[in-house]
Design a protein around this ligand. Structure first.
Ligand code: ADP
Length: 424
């Protein structure tokens, strides 16, 4: 493909504008104000926050932050995009602070689903915190965007077939559930012009097969009746997240072999039937996760259009995850001393390698960066979830937590990783 540098074509870059909770401004007004501001400024477009113009009272009163998001790696990893190469695509949104609304059951039974209004405050920053390689996040985003576009344009599914089922599978703790939630949040922002309302319903498949079997059938029916109602409102975009779908297959198998009551077959079948019904609605995206990485033999899973394997983090991803942990602990002042360390900006993985290959580099930052790389290497085989827990465990293991510099802390992290591997 011709490089965007050479072609006349502009690169579309998403600009996300988060309104203050107190703002009552019209979204359209804010969007045009931001578009005007972008036209007047000579920015280079790289992912991250853009400072708010201080002289614009309308924006500073209403806007919490403006961020450039998810620029395609292929267009921007080496070449920074300059303002004249870019067509900004501005999305203005306000976070819902309502929190999850649990379905309260009448008989003390644990609830098996949660509901959020999107975009939700809880999921703010989740997408950015998840680190994968090879453009997995971009691929998911583009996939879902295409599916929604086909629907919106009324493409005849008998002529071109596609569906709106996503399956993420891989070992536990690799961020699958979080990625589903983050994807839903992202899409709710990207598509808020078409769908001003958006909800996420989270169903834990496993919980449907708890000891309250006899209730499960009713539960599924109730749940899907509710979803059906939401979907009938055509300005609603509805995400249904079904976690641990492998438990559906397991329950069915167990029922067939007689080791579980045949009730469970009815529940699984009810769920599949309901999902089939939902598939015909244009404004639903079904997101599923499974911890089983080999063949998953459930009927609906075969119909998932996108099946992505989510594996344990590679060295590069581990470096970036630990780097973000370290920066957070420095930001909050938990890690102190090492003069000049508070403001150290650690390089990303690619630059870290380069930096370390420059032999005359003896500054504190490069020492820290080398140590970070070693820690990332020592954490081979750990899941993303364990990595994000490691700094906390390491801190708890410190002999003198009140005086801890980042270098010393990284050493403790390596020791903790080695020692606690089995428990993490
Ligand atoms: P899964 O559904 O695969 O078991 P979760 O979504 O429950 O995993 O992941 C738990 C947490 O682990 C995430 O919220 C995140 O903090 C962390 N995590 C896992 N994988 C990654 C990753 N690739 N990058 C950053 N954080 C990750």
């Amino acid at each position: 493909a011709p490089s965007p540098m050479l072609s006349e074509e502009k690169v579309i870059v998403s600009v996300e504008v988060c309104l203050k909770p107190s703002s009552t401004a019209q979204i359209a007004d804010v969007r045009s104000a931001v578009e005007r501001m972008l036209e007047n400024r000579c920015l280079s477009y790289i992912d991250g926050p853009i400072p708010l113009p201080l002289d614009d009272t309308f924006l500073s009163e209403n806007v919490q932050r403006i961020c450039i998001c998810d620029t395609d790696e292929s267009t921007s990893s080496h070449n920074i995009l300059l303002f004249w190469q870019v067509k900004p695509d501005v999305h203005v949104f306000q976070l819902s602070e309502e929190g999850p609304c649990e379905e309260i059951s009448t008989d003390g039974q644990p609830s098996s689903f949660n509901e959020w209004i999107l975009p939700a405050k809880e999921f703010d920053g989740l997408w950015e915190s998840l680190i994968y390689e090879s453009g997995l996040k971009q691929r998911l985003l583009r996939y879902a965007a295409s599916a929604l576009l086909f629907t919106e344009k009324g493409v005849d599914p008998f002529l071109v077939s596609w569906n709106r089922i996503v399956l993420l599978h891989g070992p536990p703790g690799t961020g699958k559930t979080s990625l589903c939630k983050a994807l839903a949040q992202k899409l709710s922002i990207r598509f808020n012009q078409r769908y001003p309302q958006c909800q996420l319903i989270e169903v834990n498949a496993h919980s449907l097969f708890s000891k309250w079997f006899s209730e499960s059938g009713k539960l599924v029916a109730k749940l899907f009746q509710k979803i059906q109602e939401m979907v009938e409102e055509e300005n609603n975009l509805v995400f249904v997240l079904i976690d641990e779908v492998e438990s559906l297959a397991a329950a069915r198998k167990a029922a067939l072999s007689g080791s579980e009551p045949s009730d469970s077959i009815r529940v699984v079948n009810a769920l599949l039937t309901q999902m089939d019904k939902l598939k015909s609605s244009p404004n639903v995206i079904i997101l599923t996760t499974s911890n089983i990485t080999t063949a998953i033999d459930i009927a609906f899973v075969d119909r998932a259009d996108i099946k992505a394997y989510v594996g344990p983090p590679t060295l590069q991803a581990r470096y970036e995850i630990l780097k973000s942990c370290l920066e957070e602990l420095m930001r909050t002042g938990i890690l102190t001393s090492l003069q000049d360390c508070m403001n150290i900006k650690l390089p990303n993985y690619a630059n870290a390698k380069e930096k370390l290959n420059t032999p005359e580099n003896h500054e504190k930052a490069s020492e820290l960066c080398k140590q970070l790389l070693e820690t990332a290497e020592a954490c081979e085989g750990m899941s993303g979830r364990s990595l994000r827990k490691l700094p906390f465990l390491a801190h708890a293991a410190l002999a003198n937590p009140s005086d801890c510099n980042p270098l010393k802390f990284l050493c403790t992290m390596i020791e903790t990783a080695k020692r606690d591997r089995s428990e993490l």
